[in-house]
Design a protein around this ligand. Structure first.
Ligand code: AMP
Ligand code: TRP
Length: 352
């Protein structure tokens, strides 16, 4: 795990960790290896931790209301099953804490259209017909900046695909602090991006990211998959006929082979070099069963725990709503301060 070296620490802001995941489908191995496992390990260190199911982000694409609700519980169950402890971390869903949306509007007035036009995720998600994309999808990154900065969070564990959004968050914080003559009001949050497995690719196409929204279920290993499904998906993963090479350089033009080796390395908590030392010269007929065994061993327990949590949605809702109360206690004073800075008065507590 690396923290970007070029950023000086902002000592005036206490260490606070924030991250989020969208409830738009099944959580998969990429989400776990690229992000979720760090959310869990960061519970051992210093600093408050706030983990969010970002349901307001989910509706930037058309969703059935019932499906968002179910997916919100699913993501919460994955957080819990992976080891997020609601006693040590604040766990909640975004729509219950209205300050996220409130601050996002203010940031829409700080961020520039030119910044949004550079966002690659918008281009990917909007597809060919950009005119038909929602305005929400276009300004998605300002909502993400609001998620983070409503807590004055200093650290954000994410996969590599979110790096550009984190840079935009820092730009928003910088411009707000400058425009309103409020030096150091918002911290400049740092991404925490894993060195290995920052980008897990589809099992069907090594050039495409493993994604919740891929129509083919065989493209990903879901955290909820049982042992048989995991083994079968690995067995069917696209590969080439050559044996595994001696060096990582030789994987360069073999994206599918590279991806399976990277997955093995990430699960075994080692490096690709070490995996090749063990398997060089062997074909996928030998490598895939070993990878399946390792994946089942690591994820079998998480998927069983997920099913246990998902069987009790009332308990999940209770955890999310208790988390939302704690989250609001942090965001409300920050929004009060933001309103002060802007020359507004927030709410009815004080006379205008
Ligand atoms: P999302 O599924 O877009 O809500 O992503 C939730 C988190 O998982 C973010 O931190 C992403 O960067 C991370 N993530 C999503 N897909 C992958 C992937 N294929 N490889 C690594 N990390 C990923
Ligand atoms: N945009 C992130 C994704 O698609 C999810 C997200 C929303 C997020 N708000 C965030 C991640 C705040 C980290 C911090 O994966």
């Amino acid at each position: 795990m690396t923290e970007s070296p070029q950023t000086p620490k902002a000592p005036s802001h206490p260490r606070r960790i924030f991250s989020g995941m969208q409830p738009t489908g099944s959580l998969h191995l990429g989400n776990y290896l690229g992000a979720l496992r760090y959310f869990v390990s960061l519970q051992e260190g210093e600093g408050e931790r706030i983990y969010c199911v970002v349901d307001l982000h989910a509706i930037t694409m058309r969703q059935e209301p019932g499906a968002v609700r179910a997916a919100t519980r699913h993501v919460a169950a994955a957080y819990l099953a992976a080891g997020i402890d609601p006693a040590r971390s604040i766990l909640f869903n975004q729509s219950q804490v209205s300050e996220h949306a409130e601050l996002a509007w203010i940031f829409n007035c700080v961020a520039r259209i030119g910044w949004m036009n550079r966002m690659t995720q918008f281009k990917d998600k909007a597809g060919k017909d950009r005119e038909a994309a929602s305005v929400g999808l276009y300004v998605y990154p300002t909502l993400m900046a609001a998620d983070i900065l409503a807590y004055k969070a200093t650290h954000v564990p994410v996969g590599e695909d979110q790096k550009q959004h984190l840079e935009l968050t820092r730009d928003v914080a910088t411009k707000f602090n400058l425009d309103f003559n409020a030096p150091d009001f918002f911290p400049l949050p740092e991404p925490i991006i894993p060195a290995e497995a920052a980008r897990i690719m589809s099992l069907r196409d090594g050039k495409k990211k493993m994604s919740k929204s891929d129509p083919s279920d065989y493209s990903r290993i879901n955290l909820a998959d049982d042992a048989d499904a995991i083994a079968q998906k690995i067995r069917k993963a696209t590969t080439d006929p050559a044996p595994l090479p001696e060096t990582v350089e030789e994987l360069k033009d073999r994206p599918e082979a590279d991806n399976l080796v990277a997955i093995y390395a990430a699960i075994a908590e080692t490096e690709k070099e070490a995996v090749l030392r063990e398997f060089a010269g062997q074909g996928f007929g030998a490598f895939k069963p070993k990878l399946a065994e390792l994946a089942v061993e690591r994820f079998g327990k998480i998927s069983a725990e997920m099913r246990r949590y998902e069987a009790d949605p009332a308990e999940i809702d209770r955890i999310l709503s208790a988390g939302a109360d704690r989250a609001r206690a942090l965001t409300a004073p920050v929004l009060d301060q933001v309103y002060d800075v802007l020359g507004f008065v927030r709410g009815r507590a004080r006379p205008f």
